[in-house]
Design a protein. Sequence first.
Lengths: 279, 279
Amino acid sequence: MNQTCKVCGEPAAGFHFGAFTCEGCKSFFGRSYNSTTSVSDCKNNGECVINKKNRTACKACRLRKCYLVGMSKSGSRYGRRSNWFKIHCLLQEQQQQQQATINSMQQNMRTSQKTPPLPPQHLNDYKTTASPAVSSPESHNSDSSIEISDARRIPMFPGLIPPSFLPPAGLLNNNPGVEAFNKRVFLDAVLQSQRSPTPEEVVTRVPINSPHQESPIDLSMKTLSERGSSPAQSDRSTSVATERGNGSEADEESDCDSEKELKQLNMLRPTPLDLTTKV
Amino acid sequence: MNQTCKVCGEPAAGFHFGAFTCEGCKSFFGRSYNSTTSVSDCKNNGECVINKKNRTACKACRLRKCYLVGMSKSGSRYGRRSNWFKIHCLLQEQQQQQQATINSMQQNMRTSQKTPPLPPQHLNDYKTTASPAVSSPESHNSDSSIEISDARRIPMFPGLIPPSFLPPAGLLNNNPGVEAFNKRVFLDAVLQSQRSPTPEEVVTRVPINSPHQESPIDLSMKTLSERGSSPAQSDRSTSVATERGNGSEADEESDCDSEKELKQLNMLRPTPLDLTTKV
DNA sequence: GGAGGTCATTGTGACCGGT
DNA sequence: ACCGGTCACAATGACCTCC
Ligand SMILES: [Zn+2]
Ligand SMILES: [Zn+2]
Ligand SMILES: [Zn+2]
Ligand SMILES: [Zn+2]
């Protein structure tokens, strides 16, 4: 699927413990869990920026970032993760990033005496709002739901997604075939949107003027390093994601992080996903 | 349909190899059957209680429970089973459960001399007695059936089921539509009865005084050629069956059974069903 | 030798194609 | 709808490369 590791930015080997990660971070997280020796404290006030070069420098910050991107070993489960689970994780992450963007914008506007911030109701976080529309993965079983308003933001389907596209409702039970197909396509769309947002999307979602570099959504990095161990088995999925219009070339070091993310590192994701659920 | 896996208690994905099971237990059973490497022995004297959390811990006990609930790969075939076949399997299982209930009740009465609380349905396991009462489907041909007396015990149709409700005979060919509808309703009733038995049901079903065995399912069945009186009732039953709120999601952990099940686990179901039969 | 990373193997389970 | 197969993922361990 050619994703990038959400922890260090390296090409991801797969979806491990709740997030796309590389082999190293997967192994690190797996080992850290049952490690008798607790991770030593950070020597930099827990503000280390993790990338592929320095990821081994500070285990505390690396592990913290693992939790931050949603990794969880609570009741880790055998077998493949369902696509809905991945979609949920990706949308949740996407939402957090948008939330962060909005916050930074508001911060800017406030300091620079601009127009008052618009209240974006659609940017609410999954967990902060106990909206019944959004169900946590713990609650729903195999065929359940994702909020529609979130789905509409997927660039692949610019506002065209009919409500029936999404799982929730009772629709699924009626025509499982269509639902299965849409689920795959939908997941591909989400993945692609995270890798290379379309220009319009960037304009609308990240109205520039952010002081420091970063567009949080843009995880672009197009290495496509074809590993020998992962041959082109993913024929089915590649068809959709093939024409990815490569994003800006991320320069190896310009990891997506900035000070803003550093601040986020202090608050861990409140509700790590329970990987035992089918979803 | 909102059934639960008869092996581990997870929500079932469908009717696989003769029992309602989840995707995992289905796959496990399919793999275990033709596995050259025999399953390693249980480290707990074969007394493990299988539930969704620990089902991967002991393969021996998981496989044993698969057989216990009636799974069989002998001649499993493609294509969907008819509802009559499912009904047969469910009734057979139900019968075994009743038998187990009766046995335990008698046991209790003998020991404690007072009315025992009726054990929750999922606590009594099938199989205690290798009852010849249950005839294997291998014995009959494509058009087997269910004995009327059994059908009458379905709580949904408290003794109201006319003999004509049941399938046999050649009548079905004449008006498949009505038959299919009734069959479906009947199946729903059976399923619901397994999920939440009504108190009356237990009372009415228990009167049997036979010490161990009870009414065998007469698969030789013949006929009951007259039918057609049932439709009015099926209307009523659908309304009831459809509004099954399935609220009984409470189980979760209640699935783990008491030590009674542990003892029962040592005995396997004697006659696995032949899934090749058309029924 | 320990820590981090890669790779192979086994078991599992969600998804899919065929029937 | 079910069966069988595919394949993504967890767990484990061997092996390698640095220090
Ligand atoms: Zn990584
Ligand atoms: Zn640090
Ligand atoms: Zn199961
Ligand atoms: Zn065991």
